[in-house]
Design a protein around this ligand. Structure first.
Ligand SMILES: [Zn+2]
Length: 319
């Protein structure tokens, strides 16, 4: 039997968001609405793995078509895009949701590198926003977000593959080591001397060279950057935002980025970086060699400061 009142879905609204808003009309939880209507799979799962019988059940209860419900899921999204979805994301746009008792959640906002509402051009807000005030460079973040969206939907035309740039940013810059005293300065004094915090080795990813402001936004003891791309969708807002900035900066000038990374890395990190960028276009290798051969071999350039500025400027013209 159809439900008497069903609010219409918003453009691009997720199925789970709409069902939650229907449940609100009847002052019940989503689980209680599910039990009443009779579909079997959880709404978040239905968005990824649709079940025809469940769709028919919901369609009958809401006077909708199965096709319309299907369009509210991610079933037709490219596989790479699906892997970068944040199913449980609660980000919303205060302008889109003005006057609503529960903000709607749109499909596009679930992508790991979406940070703005495309309708109002305003930042999305969620419950996990640490580091928001410190990470700036909105222009690079927007550019990186666009590049990552193109890549996830199979429209990557970058000279250096975006996947490889992401992998580069997640690589260790140096062997993990305990934090230096200045890296703990923002902790209360008592915690600074906590042996479990002082002695625990911390990863230092390449990202902190390309986006040094990330370390100011999120102290090293609080960083939750994944070590590989597969877990990117689980990363907090600041980590994903910093990665978007990093992707834009590396692709804007790959040679300059690589030279700076090699200067800052130890032998452990340098080997990993070199193994990765060996798959990059030859023109980038040549320009890196030209710009900083010493840093590529032994990292001595950073100590002597002899990667010439002229070399860097000329290298920019080569790629
Ligand atoms: Zn909006």
């Amino acid at each position: 039997m159809p439900l008497p009142i069903v609010p219409p879905p918003f453009r691009d609204e997720r199925l789970s968001s709409w069902l939650e808003r229907i449940a609100d009309v009847y002052l019940v939880s989503l689980d209680e609405l599910q039990a009443h209507v009779g579909w079997s799979r959880f709404a978040l799962q239905l968005e990824r793995e649709p079940v025809q019988a469940d769709f028919e059940c919901i369609a009958a209860a809401t006077n909708n078509s199965v096709e319309r419900l299907s369009a509210m899921t991610f079933q037709d999204a490219p596989s790479r895009y699906r892997r970068l979805l944040r199913s449980g994301s609660r980000e919303s746009c205060p302008f889109c949701s003005r006057g609503l008792p529960r903000p709607q959640r749109l499909k596009g906002w679930s992508f790991a590198f979406t940070f703005w509402c495309d309708r109002h051009n305003q930042p999305l807000f969620g419950s996990e926003m640490r580091g928001v005030g410190t990470l700036g460079d909105e222009a690079s973040a927007r550019r990186g977000s666009e590049i990552l969206h193109h890549w996830a939907t199979g429209r990557d035309r970058s000279v250096v593959p975006v996947r490889s740039v992401l992998s580069l940013l997640l690589l260790p810059l140096r062997r993990a080591s305990p934090p230096a005293p200045w890296e703990l300065a923002r902790l209360p004094l008592k915690r600074q001397h906590d042996p479990t915090i002082r002695s625990r080795p911390r990863r230092r990813p390449v990202l902190i060279v390309v986006v040094p402001e990330f370390t100011h936004a999120v102290p090293i003891y609080d960083q939750r950057l994944p070590s590989n791309i597969a877990n990117l969708s689980d990363a907090p807002w600041a980590e994903r935002y910093a990665l978007a900035i990093g992707v834009a900066r590396v692709l804007k000038n790959p040679v300059d980025a690589i030279v700076r990374i090699l200067e800052a890395s130890d032998e452990f990190g340098r080997q990993k970086v070199m193994t990765l960028i060996n798959q990059w276009p030859q023109s980038v290798h040549n320009a890196v060699d030209y710009a900083g051969p010493r840093s590529r071999k032994r990292g001595t350039a950073a100590k002597r400061g002899d990667v010439s500025r002229v070399g860097r400027e000329r290298a920019r013209t080569l790629c």
